[in-house]
Design a protein around this ligand. Structure first.
Ligand code: HQG
Length: 184
């Protein structure tokens, strides 16, 4: 299938698996955020916007640029690896973060962030990147990008929990202003 079409379907998958499963009438398990693969394919096809089969779904899971989705071992279930707004428990294990992590945002949010810190907004966690380049891409999604460094090592030593999603995104509940490093 053409890459462009796969991207469109992948975006639609993000919508149903992270934010709005009711769009196609499926349910996401609270525990783990999984949904039944066959049911997902059937309901997407019934909804009518896209026509997919197992082969296409496998191709998306394999090739998605950010590795947003995973199957369980026998592929009977599928989930988004992070980024949800619906209530689910991804059952992530706590991890020790690197000393510094990065967060890409937009200049228009800076005033608010400097006063209140980084909040999860509509998602479950604040999303942090392991490198500056990734943070820049994330920031550009919102407008004029701006990159902050996060004192993740210090946060961890103060007892703040960090998680790592299956696709390499660092997650934490909140970053207080004192842990933000502003560029010179
Ligand atoms: C900002 C993408 C005002 C925050 C990416 C961000 C990521 C505040 C925006 C993932 C704030 C929320 C997540 C505060 C934070 N006041 N604005 N106190 N605290 N913000 O999209 O991190 O393509 O929910 O800086 O790769 O941009 O979806 O979060 O700009 O991993 O797979 O509020 O989404 O992955 O925006 O991106 P988002 P994000 P996917």
């Amino acid at each position: 299938m053409k890459e462009q079409n796969l991207t469109k379907i992948s975006k639609f998958l993000s919508l149903v698996l992270r934010h709005s499963p009711e769009t196609i009438g499926i349910k996401i398990d609270y525990q783990g955020g999984w949904t039944d693969t066959e049911m997902l394919i059937q309901k997407i096809n019934q909804h009518g916007k896209y026509h997919i089969d197992m082969q296409i779904l496998e191709e998306i899971v394999r090739t998605d640029e950010k590795q947003r989705y995973s199957f369980n071992p026998d592929k009977t279930k599928i989930r988004a690896n992070q980024g949800h707004s619906i209530p689910i428990d991804l059952e992530l294990k706590e991890q020790i973060p690197p000393e510094i992590l990065w967060h890409g945002t937009a200049t228009r949010f800076l005033q608010e962030i400097s006063e209140k810190g980084l909040k999860p907004m509509s998602r479950h966690h604040v999303h942090l990147s392991k490198d500056e380049e990734t943070a820049l891409k994330v920031g550009k999604r919102h407008g004029k990008p701006y990159i902050l460094k996060i004192k993740s090592g210090e946060m961890y030593r103060k007892g703040i929990k960090f998680y790592l999603s299956e696709n390499g995104v660092w997650l934490t509940e909140y970053v207080a202003p004192e842990f933000l490093i502003w560029p010179d």
